[in-house]
Write a protein that binds this ligand. Structure first.
Ligand code: NAD
Length: 737
């Protein structure tokens, strides 16, 4: 038999080498078709008496990334359709579909012939679970080999036997830690955890896998043998009595109870280890079906898996403009941002002319890359040669004529209109006619800056976030006159440096900073009301934010907030900033010199390491303090999330953000908006616009007009719409996921 995605070669020893190599994909993923083929292959090798055993591997440089988007999306569509038809049978149907992979892997495990998984590269999710169902696992020791069950990061959990097999191979604490965090394992760590049997040189992978079979590998999983014992002895041991009471508490500390997928892992392991293996699988399948139906899973998969990949692949790229591979760019301004932009560009193989006011300043910018490379080489994350190659791509200079052959310039000079105007003129004097000019400004509207350009169609904003090496998001800002060519090139560049872009129309603060300032402003309001600062910061964490608003303000610098607020007043008038907020920030910056982390004092105190930062006790003296019992933490959580989500809704209403996927992905990647919600707009859609509007009205009555629902929201609530139906990113012909 021949297969579309697999080849089978049986050698003289009767070992069938199954190579998974999907013809139309760069990475192997599970699709309906792949599953059907694996099912047929199991039947074939069992029926073929000449086959003594199977080695399963990948023909690509990676092993497999796990499930395919379309398969996951089809599960949600199925649920929606079935629920509309017959809610009683919908659950059963979802249960059956959700369990398909689980029972197929079990079929491999119990087929009677030995299977060995030969893991040659990244092996994630369902692919790792398939490997765990094989009787032997050999991994190559190449640096690129990484193993993980990362499902929890998109709101679900390993539902194809992962919770049962990992917990029967590794010790329980390691198993829980690995699955509830979605941690990535090196082959060595996987071996130490007893999850792979051998780690070998890449060229020994297939021979070693075959040898396991030749050495008489038993086609029986340990848990199918009589007398099998769970590592550590299972649930009813003194060690487990130490572990289990603490486990839910630790999980709660880490996740604030916001992630049903993470909690389900605990339940699957705790319950599954007390019953026979097949019953354990059924328990897992039940919880998996339950979690799959949760709003959190639906929203997280949509934003963090589907939308993120779609945006990364250029969902918003204008059609009809040829894709460009950038060879050389210019970065003007080799300061804090420019230096790092040069680094990420060179890391993607792009030559960079790094310009500053003089050679010395430019060289200082390149020194940032030199340090990053030295650190990576020292930690073994980069080879010396790769490091040298990266650095050779960055040319520091003060000479603008080096820009005569670039296709893009990223400007990152001082945030000053006049300085930027001078630089635009100097750059355009030498820039090729076709090249694009991108400003990294964070506060100056692009349309205004483009007025200094001779070719505003080729002028755009590419707004990076700091630290540039770590932050995955880039906002691409379209000015009034920006053309499609500029947008396409900007998106090609962002994709080349492996960041996720969101396309945002021009506005003060763009999308991310508008939302972030709402978050910080709400914390100012709370402080002024006398809410203890600790409660504000803790409520934010309990709401799912990675960083409290006061801590975040310290990171971006309190004097930067002051500067931005003053600029708003100058441009938009006194009413644009609450006087109480201005007074608070002026007090901190002007009277107390508390500017944030950068000068070692802000809302927090920053003692010398290893001591940890702590909230500045003097905050208590600024406003008369409420007692903790007078403050409702749930309301604090709601205020922090609602004020951000409302601002996101405003940006949609104003036509700044036009695609709900971008609002959602941008909010999670840009400032970590409570990921379990799926992002700002999914947070609203998830509870229902009607419920959100009612919540806004309640908060507005008590905490101010900034919570009033907008006309768009009122209209959507009246019509029963969601953001993903009203602004359907897939067009009218397709249903929103
Ligand atoms: P910075 O002060 O660290 O760097 C600015 C650099 O520009 C300096 O090296 C300076 O010497 C150089 N420069 C000034 N005038 C110049 C000229 N005429 N020609 C060539 N070089 C010149 O500032 P930064 O924090 O890197 O910010 C740069 C830009 O990036 C600003 O527009 C800022 O708003 C934006 N931005 C900053 C952040 C952030 O977190 N700092 C985040 C996003 C965007």
């Amino acid at each position: 038999m021949t297969y579309k995605n697999f080849t089978i070669e049986t050698d003289a020893d009767g070992i069938a080498l199954i190579t998974w190599d999907m013809p139309d994909k760069s990475m192997n993923v599970f699709t309906e078709e792949v599953m059907n083929e694996i099912d047929a292959i199991v039947d074939q090798v069992v029926a073929d008496a000449a086959v003594k055993g199977v080695v399963f591997t990948s023909g690509k440089s990676t092993f497999s990334g796990g499930a395919d988007l379309t398969m996951i999306r089809s599960m949600f569509s199925l649920l929606q359709e079935e629920q509309a038809k017959n809610p009683d049978t919908a659950m059963q149907k979802l249960f059956d579909v959700a369990g398909r992979m689980n029972w197929l892997w079990r079929k491999i495990e119990t087929c009677g012939k030995p299977w060995v998984s030969a893991i040659n590269g990244v092996c994630m999710g369902g692919a790792f679970e398939l490997s765990l169902a094989c009787h032997g696992r050999v991994a190559s020791n190449a640096k690129s080999v990484k193993l993980a069950l990362p499902e929890v990061k998109v709101g679900i959990f390993p539902g194809a036997g992962g919770t049962q097999r990992v917990a029967r191979l590794a010790n329980t604490q390691d198993a829980l830690q690995m699955m509830t965090t979605g941690q990535t394992l090196t082959p060595q760590r996987a071996k130490a955890m007893n999850l792979v049997h051998q780690v070998v040189e890449p060229d020994q992978l297939i021979p070693a896998a075959k040898q396991m079979i030749k050495d008489g590998l038993k086609p029986v999983a340990p848990w199918d043998e009589k007398g099998f014992k769970v590592p550590g002895g299972g649930i009813w041991t003194p060690a487990a009595a130490q572990l289990w009471p603490a486990a839910p508490a630790i999980l709660r500390r880490e996740t604030a109870g916001n992630y049903p997928g993470a909690l389900a892992i605990l339940k699957c392991v705790y319950e599954g280890l007390q019953v026979p293996f097949d019953t354990g699988l059924k328990i897992e399948q039940r919880y998996f079906t339950q979690v799959l139906r949760s709003t959190e899973a639906f929203s997280m998969i949509r934003s963090l898996f589907i939308s993120m990949q779609e945006l990364g692949k250029g969902a918003r790229r204008p059609a009809g403009v040829e894709k460009k591979k950038l060879e050389k760019i210019g970065v003007v301004g080799a300061g804090f941002m420019g230096a790092s932009i040069a680094y990420v560009s060179a890391a993607a193989g792009i030559a960079v002319s790094l310009i500053d006011r003089d050679d010395e300043a430019a060289a200082k910018g390149k020194a940032v890359s030199e340090k990053l490379v030295a650190d990576s080489v020292a930690k073994g994350r980069m080879s010396k040669e790769d490091g040298e190659k990266l650095l050779s791509l960055i040319t520091p200079t003060a000479d603008y004529s080096t820009l005569s052959d670039v296709s893009l310039v990223v400007e990152a000079v001082f945030e000053d209109r006049q300085v930027k105007k001078d630089v635009i003129e100097k750059v355009e004097a030498v820039l090729p006619e076709t090249a694009i000019f991108a400003s990294n400004t964070s506060t100056l509207p692009i349309t205004g800056l483009a007025k200094n350009s001779k070719r505003p169609k080729q002028f755009i904003g590419v707004h990076f976030f700091s630290p540039v090496e770590k932050m995955m998001l880039t906002e691409v800002i379209v000015g009034e006159e920006t053309g499609d060519e500029a947008l396409a090139v900007a998106l090609d560049y962002v994709s080349q440096i492996k960041k996720t872009p969101i396309v945002v129309n021009d506005t003060r603060g763009f999308y991310v900073n508008r939302c972030v300032f709402r978050y910080i402003n709400e914390a100012y309001d709370m402080l002024i009301e006398g809410v203890p600062a600790t409660m504000i910061e803790n409520a934010a964490k309990m709401a799912g934010m990675p960083v409290g608003p006061l801590s975040l303000n310290d990171e971006v610098a309190v004097d930067l907030s002051q500067k931005i607020m003053k600029a708003s007043i100058a441009d938009l008038g006194e009413a644009s900033v609450k006087p109480e907020h201005m007074a608070l920030v002026n007090k901190l910056v002007d009277d107390l010199d508390r500017r944030g982390r950068k000068n070692g004092k802000g809302f927090y105190e920053y003692p010398a390491k290893p001591a940890k930062k702590f909230l500045w006790p003097g905050l208590k003296d600024l406003y008369s303090q409420k007692h903790a019992s007078e403050v409702d933490v749930n309301v604090l959580k709601q205020r922090l999330l609602v004020t951000i989500a409302l601002e996101a809704a405003r940006t949609v209403e104003e036509g700044i953000v036009t695609d709900p996927r971008e609002a959602d992905v941008g909010s999670i990647l840009g400032f970590g908006f409570a990921p379990y919600t799926g992002g700002t707009l999914s947070y609203i859609d998830g509870m229902g616009v009607k419920t959100f509007v009612a919540l806004c009205e309640k908060l507005a009555a008590q905490y101010g007009d900034h919570f009033k629902p907008t006309p768009l929201l009122l209209d959507m609530a009246a019509k029963g719409e969601t953001f993903y139906t009203r602004f359907n990113p897939y067009g009218a012909e397709q249903k929103a996921a």
